[in-house]
Design a protein around this ligand. Structure first.
Ligand code: ADP
Length: 431
């Protein structure tokens, strides 16, 4: 982490150092050039006032003024020069001409082979042109002179960035660690000391809430399961004990055996549903195209005996070729639960309509219906409207299974019911 913080800090520091080094060099060079121009102006005044009319050579004037001196005739030919370095080159003569035309008599010549630059001032007198020159460091020289100090600053910058990144990292880590330590226990709401750490505190609080809810839901589930299992187990245990002790009259042994068989069957069915319910979360099997039109017809055939028992009429409104991305066992589970409920909670001689159309499955019955109050709870685990858990009644896991399967696949599940008239479950498979 400190490496990730170190690199950006280092980049910023290096950029700033480079920027300041370049700016400093430029300022220094401008200062040198400005000073040279000032010297030349003063020297030119002195020359004009004191030496222009005197018959003194360029070399002598140069030693008197401390600047390079060159005299040219009006044709720009050199007539006298204090040092060959100050004799104008071809390009210098062009610059002198341009400077005369532009009104400014000062110009800077290019660097020579040694890397020096020359600042010149030219004035035209009655019979000649005077050129005074000062030698200065070239721009490149000024820039190069900055390198040693720049290297020292870069080393200091690297060191500072390293120390800064370590301080920043340990500071951030310290508070994140503090936050994480405060969050241990899951039941506490934690507050961030700094605004920047609030998103982390929010995530931890949210996660803790999820963990609390999951824990609560797990506890409820275990308590419900044990409660639901207790009823058939007590019955089985009671009858088994009676038979074992020999105190049950022979005439009642058969009916006791039947009860034990029925209750064990109920227990088995309950275990199967609990396993089904839990398996949905872990089911990562790949979905494929399921023709729910065909599958619905097949599943409905299995309900013939149950329908006959209650003399219920089953109407099928099934459009051909309705395809849904799922798995056969999931759709079968949904159909089994909805249709068996439609039969279980129907009246004698009632009616059920199963529709498969426009990517929708509708199971509509003319049964006992569900009140608005109860409707809110029917998808909760182990919720049953009739708490008596009579022989044909379920354990309240059918609809939670349907809901979980729909949620997992992103399908919408709707229910409408009128007590005494009937109930309609509708699943919209379109995503
Ligand atoms: P169960 O195994 O008890 O049927 P479900 O989860 O399938 O559990 O249903 C929960 C409760 O919703 C049932 O106990 C029943 O009271 C009510 N219910 C479900 N389907 C219907 C229906 N078609 N008509 C009336 N009540 C229904």
């Amino acid at each position: 982490m400190s490496k990730r913080i170190f690199l950006p800090i280092l980049l910023v520091v290096l950029f700033l150092l480079l920027f300041f080094a370049l700016t400093n060099s430029e300022v220094l060079y401008s200062q040198i050039e400005g000073d040279a121009k000032e010297t030349l102006r003063t020297s030119m005044h002195t020359f004009k006032d004191d030496y222009s009319s005197a018959d003194i050579g360029a070399e002598e004037i140069s030693s008197l003024l401390g600047v390079g001196v060159c005299f040219l005739d009006k044709e720009f030919k050199v007539t006298d020069v204090s040092d060959e370095r100050f004799a104008p080159s071809e390009s210098d003569i062009k610059k002198i001409k341009i400077s005369f035309e532009g009104g400014s008599s000062i110009y800077v010549s290019d660097s020579d082979k040694k890397g020096h630059s020359y600042v010149n001032i030219c004035e035209s007198t009655d019979n000649m042109i005077v050129k005074l020159t000062v030698e200065i460091f070239s721009r490149t020289e000024v820039y190069i002179s900055m390198i040693p100090s720049l290297v020292i600053y870069v080393c200091i910058g690297v060191l500072l960035s390293l120390i800064l990144s370590l301080i920043v990292t340990s500071f951030v880590i310290k508070h994140v660690k503090e936050l994480a330590l405060n969050a241990i226990g899951n039941d506490k709401h934690i507050d961030a000391k700094y605004v920047e750490l609030k998103p982390i505190a929010d995530v931890i609080n949210l996660k803790n809430e999820h963990v609390r809810n999951a824990q609560k839901s797990k506890d409820e589930f275990i308590s419900n399961v044990t409660h639901e299992m207790n009823t058939p187990l007590t019955s089985i245990h009671g009858f088994a004990e009676l038979i074992a002790s020999g105190s049950l009259p022979a005439s009642k042994t058969q009916s006791a055996g039947k009860t034990i068989a029925a209750q064990s069957e109920r227990l088995g069915a309950m275990i199967k549903q609990i396993l089904n319910y839990s398996a949905i979360d872990d089911d990562l099997l790949t979905p494929y195209d399921v023709d729910i039109s065909i599958l619905t017809k097949e599943v409905l055939n299995n309900f013939e005996p149950m329908l006959k028992d209650k003399n219920i009429t089953l109407l099928r409104d099934i459009e051909d070729g309705v395809i849904v991305k799922s798995r056969h066992e999931r759709i079968t589970e949904i159909l089994d639960n909805l249709v068996s409920n439609a039969i279980k909670y129907n009246k004698q001689n009632g009616k059920i309509t199963v529709t498969v159309r426009n990517k929708m499955l509708i199971v509509d019955d003319t049964g006992i219906g569900i009140s608005q109050d109860e409707l809110k709870h029917i998808f909760s685990r182990f919720y049953t409207v009739n708490k008596s858990h009579g022989e044909n009644m379920g354990f309240g896991l059918g609809l939670p299974i349907v809901k979980k399967l729909c949620d997992k696949s992103g399908w919408k599940l709707y229910v409408d019911s009128t007590p005494g008239e009937g109930t309609t479950f509708r699943i919209d498979f379109s995503e």
